[in-house]
Ligand binder design. Structure first.
Ligand SMILES: [Zn+2]
Length: 121
């Protein structure tokens, strides 16, 4: 798949939380279904680990336990799962905010309408 090159180029941005919500969903959606990219992601973590570059980004102890046991497959699984939860949370949150915004706007319009009615009729 031609898409793989693009996805694999996003691994580092994923790791550093630099992807937009849309891209992150695209990224995890692809990696979950593509063995090649998944392997590439594992290799990315193995190399980062080798370069000792990981600690700053691995403050989460759940991730650290995967690294301690050299379970990079598990680490990738956990990262993807967390990302899925995060994306869903953001989506629900923005949906909730939109509802709230619509509600506030509705109340304001109604108030304005009532004021006009009271004032002029
Ligand atoms: Zn792929």
């Amino acid at each position: 798949m031609n898409n793989c090159k693009e996805i694999q180029g996003m691994i580092e941005d994923f790791e550093y939380n630099r992807l937009s919500l849309k891209n992150e969903e695209k990224f995890t959606g692809h990696i979950l279904n593509c063995a090649d990219c998944r392997e590439e992601m594992e290799i990315y973590y193995i190399i980062s680990y080798g370069l000792d570059d990981m600690e700053k980004n691995m403050s989460d102890s759940r991730y650290a336990s995967y690294i301690d046991s050299f379970d990079f497959t598990g680490l990738v699984d956990q990262k993807l799962e967390d990302s899925g939860i995060k994306c869903q949370f953001i989506r629900e949150w923005s949906y909730f905010n939109r509802l709230r915004y619509m509600f506030v706007t509705g109340v304001m319009l109604l108030t304005t309408f009532l004021l006009v009615v009271i004032r002029f009729f």
